[in-house]
Write a protein that binds this ligand. Structure first.
Ligand code: SF4
Ligand code: SF4
Length: 397
């Protein structure tokens, strides 16, 4: 679980054309001011540690950034920041080193591959992208190796662009990058769909190219594939939120703190541009419904990967309605089948093929019905060779 601190809300120095925060900007719900004392109180209430987030957190004046990082270091031993990297300067680098700040950079590749991260004109966009690339280089050279978030879309992962993206990932690995998160595009408008969305086949082709790349870059961790393999063997303790049954009104994985100390949710489900107030307790209606709703009505009924996927992130739900399963279902189904095959070829039985699956599903439904948050690893006792991938599942329920 992470505390995402957004001093300036969704304010950003560039305008990524596909950004999931655009509905908030379009609605005029941008923060202009913040109160550091109120934010610290809210972070303390959440129990930290925290990650500075935006919009673009490097828009926050340097003295205030230093105040927050210094405080984060004293209270929690460090903090984190997620940035587009284009505003990075020497003082930021110094602060990151001094106060133990983990850095994540959001970027979609070099040159034209990053053009969707628009800065007002083509020249300005390319210049910002060059600055982001220089920032990654500088961070690596300063032993502050960042993690990367790369969103796949028509601008960087179509058949023509994908080879360039893959080559660039190899260059990033050579520069020392070890952690890369791949996102499929979250589509919030028909214009974005028309211009940037890949088809299911194209998304799958891109992910399979990364899957092949994974074995050639052993030092790089693509958390997407690690998460999916872990879910197939019931290890769900440390996985990314998208596989864990997220309630859009409490977003357990994301506890947002706004500039005025307000507590908010992950913005990926804010389709109306409104940051709804965090609910007091989570609800699991989406998962109870998805399990029982036929697939042609937007549900997941009958899917053998339900416990591993759970309809995926509600922010990517069909028709922008969190009650539906993800619109990327076909991609995740194919990828799970591929990873399932890896286990089967090694003579190991993943949960999707294991006779215990119906009982485990029933147990999940029972816990969700009571308002609880079930965990697969909590329900299973693993045999010694589970670490090699086989779920010797014995229900504790
Ligand atoms: S809405 Fe999606 S990205 Fe946000 S916390 Fe939930 S699962 Fe994660
Ligand atoms: S793969 Fe598709 S049907 Fe299966 S759980 Fe995920 S979204 Fe639902």
């Amino acid at each position: 679980m992470g505390v995402e601190v957004r001093p300036l809300g969704v304010r950003c120095n560039i305008q990524c054309q596909y950004c999931y925060q655009n509905p908030e900007r379009d609605a005029g719900n941008e923060e202009r001011t913040y109160d550091i004392a109120l934010m610290k109180t809210a972070i303390d209430h959440e129990g930290g540690p925290f990650s500075l987030f935006g919009g673009e957190p490097l828009l926050v004046p340097e003295d205030d950034l230093e105040d927050l990082f210094h405080w984060g270091h004293d209270h929690f031993g460090g903090s984190a920041i997620q940035t587009n990297g284009s505003l990075l300067n020497d003082r930021h680098l110094d602060m990151f080193a001094r106060y133990n700040v983990n850095v994540g950079v959001s970027v979609d590749g070099p040159g034209e591959l990053n053009d969707a991260r628009w800065a007002g004109s083509l020249a300005a966009t390319r210049e910002r992208t060059a600055r982001t690339m220089a920032a990654i280089e500088r961070l690596c050279a300063a032993d502050l190796v960042p993690s990367l978030i790369v969103t796949l879309h028509r601008g960087n992962a179509s058949a023509e662009r994908l080879p360039v993206l893959i080559d660039w990932i190899g260059e990033m690995a050579a520069a020392g990058i070890t952690s890369i998160r791949l996102h499929l595009l979250e589509v919030d408008s028909p214009v974005v769909r028309l211009k940037y969305a890949l088809s299911a086949e194209e998304n799958l082709a891109a992910l399979l190219a990364f899957l092949r790349l994974e074995s050639g870059l052993p030092a790089v961790r693509f958390d997407l594939f690690q998460d999916m393999r872990a879910m197939l063997v019931g290890m769900d303790d440390r996985n990314t939120c998208v596989w864990t049954g997220c309630d859009p009104y409490t977003t357990r994985a994301v506890r947002g703190v706004e500039g005025d100390g307000r507590r908010t949710n992950c913005g990926r489900t804010n389709k109306e541009g409104i940051d709804f107030v965090k609910a007091d307790r989570p609800g699991f209606e989406r998962y109870l419904a998805l399990y029982q709703t036929p697939q042609d009505a937007g549900g997941c009924q009958g899917c053998r990967f339900f416990l591993m996927c759970k309809g995926q992130c509600p922010g990517t739900a069909l028709d922008g309605d969190w009650r539906n399963r993800t619109e990327h279902c076909a991609v995740w189904t194919s990828l799970y089948e591929r990873l399932e095959g890896e286990f089967l070829r090694r003579g190991l039985v993943p949960l999707s093929r294991h006779p215990i699956r119906p009982r485990l599903e029933a147990a999940f439904m029972a816990v969700w019905s009571r308002g609880g948050t079930p965990s697969m690893s909590g329900m299973l006792r693993f045999g010694a060779d589970a670490r090699d991938g086989e779920a010797h599942a014995t229900p504790a329920v």
